[in-house]
Structures are given as structure tokens and as C-alpha cells.
Design a protein around this ligand. Structure first.
Ligand code: M6R
Length: 588
């Protein structure tokens, strides 16, 4: 959940590192720091706060040197303090380390290293890596050997980048269950947690495989297994355009990404028909079938499950990735896990598919990041094609997931995948047109202590998603649930003026949901109906266009995303970087 960028060049690197750091700030944003090498010394500047604050106070961009590394942190071990910010140096400043992940055996290693005289300056798990590598470097005098020897001692997950004060022009890297990617530029080499960190300079990338190490120098890179055997891998080209990374004229990435959805739902539908057919064939033959994901991706998975159950008659379960191990007894040859993930790096998802694969299950993924660990470890992959999503809240990736999941189900049913997407794109545009009205509602309700989102049947995951977005961005307590559950407990919480969003398209559950709306009104709730059909029971109606039932969630979710976004703005929260969260949850 941290962002790493390292850079070796034939010119000063601090400004390049700072730009890269800003691009990976979505991965964690409670502290940041940089180290460069100059005159045989490692120079460190770091502190708690956002990258811009630390730059303002400490001028990271003015550090001298042609080689350096930078880090943005999402705290796991040790509070958010200047000392706990990365990079971490070994005792005598010989070794600097930046790290993404968790070292599970850090206490044991810390005890051992303290016992032999090492002095620790932080409360982090990361610092043990610097001291450990220093010990190994003094023994081997070799950066690669020192790094791989440390890999042999570390338990947990990590992506690390390491510099040595007496090895100018060299960065070593290593990864286990956390991403690390090399960028091959012109006169400049990069190592980072995400291609976004260096895409401005090069689109030629090399993905490290799990438990691999790398040595990056000005002249190139070499890859090794953890045992030190060299591995040959050529760079591949990544397709994302730099223009995708600007906020354009939008105040925040989140709003830009919400606004991109009329296009991204169309690009999501552009899938290779052979891959789609193979993917669907595996889904059809699965015995048993599980669908998994975390957070928003899980909600998209629920929609997929619902159609597979009801329309294709396929018995399957959608399970939150962190809970999939409870079902591990069902994995075996013939079983299939469909994993949905924007980043393809979510630790819970990776852990779930790893366990399933071990038992012989096939893994199919619906993922946005093409070179991600999930994509590379899957038997078949469908990409979301929605471009980089920088805002921590998943918005366009959700609607893209719903579109792709629908293509799979249509293909399973032998229908015409992709039919109706143009119409949906228009309807999404229409839903964006509700922004002014939604903004008014956000101003009215942003200070409400509680918010509820209810729906029935196929729409229920949309209620869950609306509540998740609101919690995450506005920090207002929100619950999403099946409307049928209200009378089993939640109605007791409804008071005069409690805002309740009822997602209620015309169709089979319409009348029942209207009755729920009546019950809510009778208890004083302010009912916000999201529907293609206005009704006087609603205190406010957000009118959306009707599209085929299967794609209705893509349209309905848009005003809910806007509501969460504007509530965040009203409450003066930063919608792109909600507190305590990070975009890519790479720790378990
Ligand atoms: O990258 P993933 O789709 O695997 O991420 C899963 C969740 O962490 C993610 O959807 C999270 O819930 C979002 N921040 C919600 O907006």
C-alpha cells in the first residue's frame, strides 16, 4: 500500500523522482521521502504528510545526484511520524531501503540485529531490512548477493528498492507478493511499484515475477531468482497514455473518472471474441464456480453471480476475497474462480486465487492493470480497458467490471455480447446530467449522521456500492442493504429526516420497493428515489434513463458516485485521497 520509485540516470534525478512520487501517491499518502547518492553519501529527506507538504518544507526536488529512490507511505507498522517515513538507512548510512508490504518476522529480526549492536531509529518493520542488508553486504561485498540473502530471511510481503552509498549508479530490487516493475528509458532506468510512476518517460517495462530480484544500473537491468540464478526477460510495451493521467479541467481525479464513464463503458465492451468465448466456456464448465473480489469489485461480482444464477442456471457464489479461504474445501480440479480487481494487486484477492490454484482450480480474471500480478497469474484474462484509475474510490472501474461481467454472462447464454452498450453509454451521459441536482442533495444531507441505501434483487449490490462510496469519500456512516431487510431491524434507526436512497427501476420489484419507500416515509425518512419512474412517495427523485435490466446498475450507480463525491467536497475532504485508505490494498 506504499508507492516506490527508483531512478538511475545520466542526469540529476530528484525532479523526476518527485514527479513519479506524485503519480504513485494514490498508493499511500501519510508520509513521503527521498534518498539520493552524491559524493559517496546517501542523502535523505523525509517526513509525515502529503508529498506536496514535504516538498514545500524539505525541497526533495533539490537533492543532488544521478541516482535515487522515493517513497510514499501508508502506515502499517509504526505511527505516521517523520522518523517512520521511508527511506530507512542502516546504522552507518551504508544502505537505504524503501519498502511496500509487511515483514511478518520483523520483531524476531530486530531482536537479533539489536543483539549484535544495530541501532534502530524507527518503529517500522522496514528498518530491519536496511540493517539486514547491511550485514549481508559487509559479508558479501555484493549488492545482489546482499539483497537475495536478505530475501531468504524475510517473511511476509515485500517490494523493496535498495541503494548502497559506495555503489553509485546501482539500485537493487526484490519482490514477494507485492508489485515491482522496471522501466527502460533512454539514459534513465526506473524501478517502481506501478508503471504510472515512470510512464511519462518510458512505456518499455519489465515486470518482476514473484520472488525475483533485480539489479538496475544506468546501462540496463538484470533479473535473478531469489537463489541468484539469472533470468532473461525482455521489456514489453504498456499502452496507457500519459494524457490519461492528467486531471484535465476537473477539480479532482475522482470527478474526472466519474465523467469518463460514457466512453469507458464502451471500451470495456471491446473484447477479443476468442478470449471472451474461452473465458465463458470455462465459466460454463466450472464445477463449482466462485466469483471473488474486494470492496467495489466484490459488488460487481455480486451482479455477475446474480445473472449466472438466475439467467444461466449456474449455481455459483460471490465471496469476498478475504473470506474465500472458508470455502477452500470446494477447490479442486474442475473448479473455477473468477476474480475481479481494478489493480490486480489486492493482497486478499491474490491470496484467494493462490490458494485456489494450489488446489487445482482455474483462475479467470477481470482486471484493469494489464501487467498486474493477478493478470499474470490467471488462466484467462479480460481487461477493463478503462485507463488508469487514480482516485482511491473505484468509479469507472466498477462500471467497466459490470460491462465485462455482462459480456461473459451473455456469452455463456449464447447471446450477443455487447448488445445495448451504446444505449448504456448514452444513459450514463444522461445520469451525469443529474450532477447539479445531486450536488444540491449533497449540500442538504452531507452532515446527516447516517445514510441508508436500499434496493431489491439485482439492484441490491448497487445499494451496497452507493453506501461504500459515501462512507469512503464523505466519512458519513452509511449502510447498504436489501430493502426486504429493513423491517428486520434497520427501521428502528429511521428518524425524521434520515436520508434513505431507494434504487428502484421500473420492472419486477418496483412495486415492492415503492412499499418500502412508503414505510420509510411513514417513519419520517427523506426518501431519495433513483429510478426511471418518478413517484410522489419520494422526497426527491433522481431520474435515470431505463436501459436493459442487466446494465441498469451501470446507470444507477453514477448519481450515487456523484453524491459521494459532492458530499466529500461539502465536508472539505479530499475526494481523491480519503483518510486512512489507499488505492491498492497490497497488505492482508
Ligand atoms: O483493485 P481492486 O479492485 O482489487 O480493489 C478492491 C478494493 O480495495 C476497492 O474496490 C475499494 O473498495 C475501493 N476503494 C472502493 O471504492
Amino acid at each position: 500500500m506504499c508507492g516506490i520509485i527508483g531512478c538511475v540516470s545520466d542526469r540529476p534525478v530528484a525532479k523526476t523522482l518527485l514527479d513519479g512520487l506524485r503519480r504513485v501517491e494514490y498508493r499511500g499518502y501519510d508520509s513521503a521521502g527521498m534518498v539520493t547518492e552524491s559524493g559517496g553519501r546517501l542523502l535523505v529527506r523525509k517526513g509525515a504528510g502529503r508529498v506536496s507538504e514535504i516538498e514545500e518544507k524539505q525541497r526533495l526536488s533539490e537533492l543532488p545526484g544521478d541516482v535515487g529512490m522515493a517513497h510514499t507511505r501508508w502506515a502499517t507498522h509504526g505511527g505516521v511520524t517523520d522518523r517512520n517515513a521511508h527511506p530507512h538507512l542502516s546504522c552507518d548510512g551504508l544502505v537505504a531501503v524503501v519498502h511496500n508490504g509487511i515483514i511478518e518476522n520483523y520483531l524476531e529480526l530486530k531482536k537479533e540485529l539489536s543483539g549484535s549492536g544495530h541501532k534502530f531509529r524507527s518503529q517500522t518493520d522496514t528498518e530491519v531490512i536496511s540493517h539486514l542488508i547491511e550485514v549481508e553486504y559487509r559479508r558479501t561485498k555484493d549488492p545482489l548477493k546482499a539483497t537475495t540473502a536478505a530475501m531468504g530471511r524475510l517473511k511476509g510481503q515485500y517490494a523493496i528498492a535498495v541503494m548502497f552509498s559506495d555503489r553509485p549508479g546501482t539500485i537493487t530490487g526484490a519482490r514477494k507478493d507485492a508489485p515491482l516493475i522496471i522501466g527502460v528509458g533512454d539514459g534513465t532506468m526506473f524501478i517502481a511499484s506501478d508503471v504510472l510512476a515512470f510512464i511519462e518517460h518510458t512505456d518499455r517495462t519489465v515486470f518482476l515475477d514473484n520472488k525475483e530480484a533485480a539489479v538496475v544500473t544506468r546501462d540496463g537491468y538484470r533479473l535473478y531468482t531469489a537463489g541468484g540464478r539469472e533470468v532473461r526477460r525482455r521489456p514489453t510495451q504498456v499502452a496507457w497514455e500519459l494524457s490519461d493521467l492528467s486531471k484535465a479541467d476537473f477539480a479532482h481525479y475522482t470527478l474526472k473518472e466519474i465523467s469518463e464513464q460514457p466512453q469507458t463503458v464502451v471500451s470495456a465492451a471491446l473484447q477479443d471474441s476468442k478470449t471472451l468465448g474461452e473465458f465463458a466456456g470455462l465459466v460454463k464448465r466450472a464445477e463449482p464456480l466462485f466469483i471473488t473480489g474486494s470492496g467495489t469489485s466484490y459488488h460487481a461480482g455480486l451482479l455477475m453471480k446474480s445473472r449466472l444464477n438466475r439467467e444461466a442456471g449456474i449455481a455459483c457464489e460471490a465471496i469476498i476475497s478475504g473470506e474465500l479461504k472458508e470455502h477452500a474445501g470446494f477447490f479442486g480440479r474442475g473448479s473455477v474462480v473468477v476474480a475481479l480487481s481494478q489493480s490486480g494487486e489486492t493482497a486478499d484477492v491474490l491470496e484467494a486465487v493462490k490458494r485456489a490454484k494450489k488446489k487445482g482450480a482455474k483462475v479467470l480474471s477481470i482486471v484493469n492493470a494489464a501487467g498486474s500480478t493477478l493478470a499474470r497469474e490467471s488462466d484467462a484474462v479480460l481487461l477493463l480497458n478503462c485507463g488508469p484509475e487514480v482516485g482511491v474510490a473505484a468509479t469507472k472501474s466498477f462500471t467497466a467490471q459490470v460491462v465485462v461481467a455482462n459480456l461473459v454472462v451473455d456469452s455463456v447464454l449464447g447471446g450477443r455480447p455487447g448488445q445495448g452498450v451504446a444505449e448504456v453509454s448514452q444513459a450514463v451521459r444522461g445520469a451525469l446530467g443529474t450532477e447539479a441536482e445531486v450536488k444540491r442533495l449533497a449540500s442538504k444531507y452531507a452532515r446527516a449522521p447516517d445514510f441508508y441505501f436500499v434496493a431489491r434483487g439485482y439492484q441490491t449490490p448497487v445499494a451496497l456500492e452507493g453506501a461504500l462510496k459515501l462512507k469512503e469519500l464523505s466519512y458519513v456512516h452509511a449502510e447498504g442493504m436489501a430493502a426486504s431487510e429493513l423491517k428486520h431491524g434497520t427501521l428502528a434507526l429511521i428518524e425524521k429526516g434520515t436520508p434513505v436512497v431507494v434504487i428502484n427501476p421500473s420492472g419486477e420489484s418496483h412495486a415492492e420497493s415503492l412499499s418500502s419507500a412508503e414505510e420509510l416515509r411513514a417513519r419520517g425518512a427523506d426518501v431519495i428515489g433513483v429510478s426511471d419512474k418518478a413517484d410522489e412517495v419520494y422526497t426527491h427523485t433522481i431520474k435515470v434513463q431505463r436501459v436493459p435490466r442487466k446494465l441498469m446498475p451501470v446507470v444507477e450507480v453514477v448519481p450515487l458516485q456523484l453524491l459521494a463525491y459532492h458530499a466529500a467536497v461539502v465536508r472539505k475532504n479530499d475526494p481523491d485521497y480519503p483518510r486512512n485508505l489507499a488505492k491498492s490494498v497490497t497488505v492482508k
